[in-house]
Ligand binder design. Structure first.
Ligand code: SAH
Ligand code: SF4
Ligand code: F3S
Length: 490
């Protein structure tokens, strides 16, 4: 790839596309990128080797999307990406702190790399949500000497500058911005896939669910301009992208900070007119903000997939109040009824927390009641993990870990049966699948997702990654469908 041309293109594009939109960018970043690229070019000429990097991404789609920007910047700086088992000069950790085990995995991985760092002279870069917490940065500074660069979620764009500083004086560089700032547009990006893409529409969260660390590490809500989002999607479509997933901690708040009502529904309607895009997904929707205009948009927009991720967290109104979720069990069930009436073939998925402080057997029964009544295709279930600085951390925990584990297992078992029963209804039917490529378990068969977001493994001739195909489902389990393909329809 000709990175010099890329950088010139970015500079021009920034001037052209962002002028008049009231959006700021950070043109100085491209100077830092250029400086390092020159430095890397000298190194390549002298040693006939290209410096390498690899990424370790933890957590949610926000981090996945950030990792694409970090990879984009590194590639423009002249580094080459390698696989997880290959040696690299720079090893980037994009971290998550939503639960304790996410943090433990990061510490474990970084610790395990000390030999590789010493042998190869590699450095570790730590960024992402964990870094927004001062006690974590302190721990890394004290006990993890190979971590040479640390930055946070609000200043991803300063990475080239920090790397330049590190290369210049070989001293550890730490720069974590406490507060969110303007949205930086038009940073380099290396998309993980060509046929599908994440498009973030709103950053941060204002909801402060009492258990959740996200608002503290991702800042307040900031919506990207609709014009910029649409331009990005048009560019993606021109590049062969067929499916986009619009991202936000709560996409239903999109536009609120811009003083615009129902902007999310308007955005979905506007995407309908973009040729080339066949599927639109979004996550996550907070039940308290799911408007009638959004249900209408989902119903009327042909590209919007008939799948909705609608976390309910707990079925108990008492616990929901302690969680600061601002809806009740009945409110949630009524909302689901309304959605199902309007969109009968909708598939629902959810997130559930087990063992929130004070959760009684009765509260847990309410959670089971909700999963039985709603019939989710999939549920992501988590054991409550106290997070430093959140209101729930101070709430008294009355439930033993043994009881919580038992509840957790009960929930898994019941949901597995529900998921299997729903899947069985697809047996014998023909479904539309966007092909993601060879299956991870068996490279001889293909794998992809239905519009309802079910995983399908299937055999087919003449079908390739990125095709949209019709697949006959011959067998169904809770977590994946097995099929035979497949007429290519897109
Ligand atoms: N913004 C999204 C997702 C946030 S994090 C939403 O509101 O749905 C993803 C999931 O992690 C949450 O839905 C919740 O189920 C879970 N989670 C968040 N904090 C947690 C904690 N402290 N302990 C256990 N699970 C948690
Ligand atoms: Fe966390 Fe609640 Fe915001 Fe989701 S909506 S990110 S669970 S505070
Ligand atoms: Fe984790 Fe941050 Fe996402 S805490 S869940 S990576 S927003």
């Amino acid at each position: 790839m000709d990175t010099k041309n890329n950088i010139d293109r970015y500079k021009l594009k920034q001037k052209a596309s962002l002028s008049g939109m009231g959006v700021e960018n950070a043109p100085e970043n491209y100077d830092w990128i250029e400086n390092i690229r020159n430095f890397n070019m000298d190194h390549s000429l002298k040693t006939r080797k290209t410096r390498k990097f690899k990424l370790n991404v933890f957590g949610c789609q926000m981090n996945e999307r950030d990792s694409e920007t970090i990879a984009g910047m590194l590639i423009d700086m002249g580094f080459e990406e390698v696989g997880e088992h290959d040696p690299a000069d720079i090893i980037v950790f994009i971290t998550c702190c939503v639960r304790e085990n996410a943090e433990e995995r990061v510490y474990g991985h970084i610790g395990a790399l000390s030999k590789e760092c010493e042998e190869n002279g590699s450095i570790i870069v730590a960024c992402g949500c964990m870094m927004q917490q001062p006690h974590i940065v302190e721990k890394l500074k004290k006990s993890y000497h190979n971590v040479k660069i640390i930055f946070g979620t609000h200043n991803v764009h300063t990475f080239p500058k920090l790397l330049y500083q590190y290369f210049n004086n070989k001293k550890r560089v730490i720069d974590v911005w406490e507060k969110e700032d303007r949205i930086i547009e038009d940073l380099p990006v290396k998309r993980t896939e060509k046929h599908k893409a994440w498009v973030s529409i709103i950053l941060g969260c204002n909801n402060f669910c009492s258990y959740c660390i996200v608002p503290y590490v991702r800042g307040r809500e900031r919506s990207r301009s609709m014009e910029i989002v649409l331009n990005e999607i048009r560019e993606l479509a021109k590049d062969g992208c067929k499916e986009i997933t619009l991202l936000g901690q709560n996409v239903n708040s999109y536009g609120n900070d811009l003083g615009q009502k129902n902007l999310f529904a308007k955005l979905l309607n506007a995407i309908e007119d973009i040729d080339g895009i066949s599927r639109v997904r979004f996550m996550t929707s907070h039940p308290k903000d799911l408007s009638d205009s959004l249900i209408d948009a989902m119903k009327n927009c042909k590209k919007v997939c008939n799948h909705l991720h609608l976390p309910f967290q707990s079925g108990s109104t008492r616990i929901l109040e302690k969680m600061n979720r601002r809806y009740t069990k009945e409110g949630y069930l009524n909302l689901v009824d309304k959605i199902k009436r309007q969109i009968p073939d909708i598939a629902l998925s959810t997130d559930i927390i087990v063992g929130f402080p004070g959760e009684t057997d009765e509260d847990f029964e309410d959670t089971l009641d909700v999963i039985r009544k709603v019939q989710f295709d999939a549920a992501f279930t988590f054991i409550y993990s106290p997070r430093r600085g959140t209101p729930a951390e101070k709430m008294e925990q009355i439930v033993s870990s043994k009881v919580i584990s038992r509840r957790f297992q009960t929930l898994l078992d019941i949901q597995k049966d529900i998921g299997t029963d729903l899947a069985k209804k697809v047996e014998g039917k023909t479904v539309e699948v966007l092909v993601d490529g060879p299956s991870k378990q068996n490279p001889n068969i293909l794998s992809g997702r239905t519009r309802t977001n079910r995983l399908v493994n299937f055999e087919a001739e003449g079908v390739k990654k990125g095709d949209i195909v019709l697949v006959d489902i011959v067998r169904a389990g809770a977590f994946w469908l097995e099929g035979r393909g497949g007429k290519v329809i897109g």
